[in-house]
Design a protein around this ligand. Structure first.
Ligand code: ZN
Length: 237
């Protein structure tokens, strides 16, 4: 499956952030509870050039065409793609998965917010589909990084959730764990399966195997803290 344990934990100017070597670009980061401000500066994101979304747990994909009005007025989407330079695509999470993608051949990037609802609604398939349709991207050229989210160690879910996946995914047993009569969802595993299903080679997928609920030292977690901050993940061409 996907590659793991290659992550680089960086600490600069009081900010801790994670990067994935597979991207082979410094212009991306999975930030932590120390915040993103310093990281955006360190990695050269110009002031006011962070695009975020009003994440609604849906599966709609925004193609950013350079209209800078949406930099100050986030729109209700859960994924964004662009071929524009000098704009960072950002996703905020606190248990859901941030997924960053890059196609270096076509020079396209994507950022995806994927909780169980988004995954179940097909956010990954929709995002890669849009990269293919709009930018003639080839899945074989796409590199994907799955950031820190809540792990199967902590993410207990009810039958209402598992039955939705079991009804529509033949591989659901690979990402639903059962322990002592309880059921746990492995979001990262589900995302990896979906990424490979749409044609991204397993060797092009890297994961950060850290659980946001377990790693209070690094991350905010909605499940753990109830009312929590969120950490930003972003990528820029
Ligand atoms: Zn955990």
């Amino acid at each position: 499956m996907a590659q793991e344990h290659n992550l680089k934990v960086k600490e600069q100017n009081g900010a801790t952030y994670l990067q994935l070597p597979l991207f082979r670009t410094k212009k991306h980061a999975f930030c932590t509870r120390t915040g993103e401000k310093g990281v955006l500066d360190i990695l050269g994101v110009p002031q006011g050039r962070l695009l975020t979304l009003r994440q609604v747990h849906g599966a709609d994909v925004l193609v950013f065409d350079g209209d800078t009005r949406i930099l100050t007025h986030p729109l209700p989407y859960d994924a964004v793609i662009t071929n524009k330079k000098r704009v960072a695509l950002g996703i905020s999470t606190a248990d859901c998965l941030p997924i960053l993608m890059i196609d270096k051949s076509k020079k396209i990037i994507a950022a995806v917010h994927a909780g169980w609802r988004g995954l179940w609604r097909g956010i990954i398939e929709r995002t890669v589909g849009e990269m293919i349709k709009t930018f003639e991207s080839s899945p074989a050229d796409i590199v994907a990084g799955i950031g820190p989210g809540i792990g199967p160690c902590c993410y207990e879910v009810g039958t209402d959730v598992t039955s939705l996946f079991q009804d529509s995914y033949k591989d659901a047993h690979q990402f639903i764990q059962k322990r002592e009569g309880r059921q746990y969802l492995d979001l990262s595993r589900a995302a990896q399966l979906e990424l490979t299903t749409v044609g991204i080679p397993p060797e092009n997928i890297e994961t950060i195997p850290l659980c946001t609920a377990c790693r209070e030292d690094l991350f905010f977690s909605y499940r753990r803290d109830k009312k929590a901050g969120r950490q930003l993940s972003f990528i820029m061409l």
